[in-house]
Design a protein around this ligand. Structure first.
Ligand SMILES: NC(=O)c1ccc[n+]([C@@H]2O[C@H](COP(=O)([O-])OP(=O)(O)OC[C@H]3O[C@@H](n4cnc5c(N)ncnc54)[C@H](OP(=O)(O)O)[C@@H]3O)[C@@H](O)[C@H]2O)c1
Length: 308
């Protein structure tokens, strides 16, 4: 990221991706305001401002004069997908977009760019089909959440604001997401494929996620919707094989789909997250001049597993 000054608003910036973005923007010279449901605090150039993710309030003042607004807010999808949880997953996303839209409309000097997180779950379970940004939405519950999420963002009327949607893939990092769990299981010789293992995983290293957000902030030509995935999606079977190699573990038998679903429930998660097939193209990101630090899975997992 090129060094500069300015203020970045990170709504929902206290989590896995937000923490990495905070560190990167601070070290590039920005100040960072995190909108969080936690009580406010200040630490150097990072300020935590309290909001509820749904309604207007004094937090709105933080938007004035900011260079960029990045919205990452939303209840984690890593939970059983009961009707109640799905409602919360959806409402926390559309609600935060609507609250930010009202604040942007009222701001005297709103940020010039709004970057909205979304997910490749938008495409649903698509087998071997390669999804570009113009591929149709899927029909499952998370695809429906993503459509409502992006729909709320697309409905916002802000003619002077550059707008970007980043559809994130499976983000690989040391301190969050599903990789640390997969690593623990693999170390315990439970690193087999999930189900048939033929489902595609469109992964991306956290450092490249940070790079994509930085490019979206700093390059005025960056506009519209982008898949944020590495250029080489792999099958779940290959993903687990590379992970075993990196962790020096032998072959493990695959876990049948039913066992994955039950195991996930026991761990308070949702098995379909590991069984769904999403093969997504990074071509639009590459065409925008994006350069991946970790274009290959062995590089990404080697980097992340070596340093733990
Ligand atoms: N990690 C991935 O692999 C991945 C993949 C695809 C898409 N994404 C999307 O990228 C965004 C950031 O991901 P992440 O992994 O950083 O998520 P995360 O660690 O769960 O952080 C999301 C933040 O949203 C806020 N939040 C949680 N529940 C909320 C609610 N009910 N209402 C309002 N805010 C709420 C929390 O902040 P406070 O508690 O401080 O308010 C939390 O820190 C999410 O929208 C996620 O769906 C992530």
């Amino acid at each position: 990221m090129s060094n500069t000054s300015g203020k970045i608003i990170l709504a929902g910036g206290s989590g896995f991706i937000g923490q990495a973005l905070t560190a990167a923007f601070l070290s590039a010279g920005y100040s960072v305001v995190v909108l969080s449901r936690q009580p406010g605090s200040v630490s150097g150039n990072r300020m935590l401002v309290q909001w509820d993710g749904r309604t207007s309030g004094t937090w709105e003042q933080a938007l004035n004069g900011a260079s960029a607004l990045i919205n990452l807010s939303g209840r984690s999808v890593n939970c059983p997908h009961t009707a109640k949880n799905l409602l919360e997953i959806r409402d926390s996303r559309t609600g935060s977009v609507q609250a930010l839209a009202s604040a942007m409309a009222r701001a005297s000097k709103p940020p010039q760019v709004w970057i909205q997180a979304s997910a490749i779950g938008f495409y649903g379970d698509t087998g071997d089909r390669l999804n570009s940004e113009t591929s149709p939405p899927g029909a499952d519950s998370l695809a429906s959440v993503c459509q409502d999420w992006e729909g709320a963002f697309n409905a916002v009327q802000l003619s002077a604001t550059r707008r970007v949607i980043l559809r994130l893939g499976f983000v690989l990092g040391r301190n969050g997401g599903a990789l640390p769990i997969l690593m623990r299981m693999t170390r315990c010789f439970l690193g087999g494929a999930a189900g048939s293992g033929r489902q595609y995983v469109s992964w991306i290293h956290l450092a490249d996620v940070v790079g994509a957000f930085a490019q979206a902030v700093q390059q005025p030509a960056f506009s519209g919707t982008y898949n944020v995935v590495a250029p080489e999606p792999v099958t779940n079977r290959d993903f687990m094989r590379v992970l075993r190699q990196v962790l020096h573990r032998p072959w493990s038998p695959p876990a049948p789909a039913l066992a994955v679903r039950w195991g996930a429930r026991l761990m308070g998660s949702e098995g379909s997250l590991a069984l769904v097939s999403q093969r997504c193209s990074a071509q639009k990101l590459l065409d925008a001049g994006f350069s991946f630090q970790f274009p290959r899975l062995d590089m990404a997992l080697g980097n992340l597993c070596r340093s733990i």
